[in-house]
Design a protein around this ligand. Structure first.
Ligand code: BTN
Length: 246
């Protein structure tokens, strides 16, 4: 992982660069990093504000899996980021399903996975990771400030980005190899242990639908299980999750 790192001062989006490189045949584990993104992409078509000081990075993955397993790599990446921040900086982080890394209730990292697949197999995935590392939260647009934090803001000191990225790539390599060796259940155990979603009331929004209930767990495929008010269970593969204060 990261044996082939493409570093840029400025790009539109590292995910877009990574997709281009993947189409050109870039190998499993190729990494794209940029100082600044001009058109950083968030989930659901949102813009991802990417000033200097953040870690804006995309990883090309070519696991041999069917398309329905692609979303598992988002959970795997969440474990890698959460673990890296915990180990390197000793900050207690939580994972909000499916892919936000939180400190307290505030978001410090988002993950955007894009998949290129045929009906029966994944050709490649681009997993984009945006970590607000040395970003000054007051410099972010005002509507984002309330829900966002940065590692620098939490620790009141500048973080060494090179060390953090190095540790991240090392953890990614180990955990991704475990994934390829069939150890997704064990990775999910780590995900569960760091989850701030399981055991809370949630509202999950998927394409116009809203499901409210209690997040009881995540099953062995990585699907979130929600208990509805009438006691029935709903399975959520993807969506946007709000933690409700109930
Ligand atoms: C989210 O909405 O939470 C996902 C944000 C993902 C942002 C990262 S930054 C690096 C990569 N390149 C992009 O354009 N987006 C992802």
């Amino acid at each position: 992982m990261g044996h082939d790192i493409h570093y840029f001062n400025e790009v539109d989006s590292t995910n877009e660069v990574a997709k281009y490189l993947a189409e050109e045949g870039a190998e499993d584990g190729t990494v794209v990093v940029a100082e600044i993104q001009n058109k950083g992409k968030g989930r659901r078509g949102k813009t991802w504000i990417s000033p200097p000081g953040g870690i804006w990075m995309s990883v090309i993955l070519r696991p041999e899996i069917p398309p329905h397993r692609a979303s598992q790599l988002t959970l795997v990446t969440g474990v890698v980021v959460a673990k890296t921040i915990k180990e390197e900086l000793n900050i207690d982080v939580g994972i909000k399903w499916p892919n936000d890394i939180l400190i307290g209730k505030k978001k410090v990292c988002g993950i955007l996975t894009e998949v290129n697949a045929t009906l029966d197999k994944v050709n490649y995935l681009v997993v984009g990771i945006g970590i607000d590392m040395n970003v000054d939260v007051p410099m972010l647009p005002s509507d984002l400030q309330k829900g966002a934090t940065s590692l620098k803001n939490e620790l009141n000191t500048e973080i060494n980005g090179a060390l953090l990225v190095q540790r991240f790539l090392q953890n990614f390599e180990n955990i991704y190899n475990d994934f390829k060796d069939g150890k997704f259940p064990e990775i999910l155990d780590e995900w569960r242990a760091m989850s701030s979603t399981i055991g809370t009331s949630v509202e999950v929004r998927t394409r116009g639908k809203r499901v409210q209930g209690y997040a009881v767990g995540i099953n062995k495929e990585g699907i979130l299980i929600i208990e509805m008010e009438d006691g029935s269970l709903r399975k959520m593969i993807s969506g946007e999750c709000l933690h409700l204060n109930k």
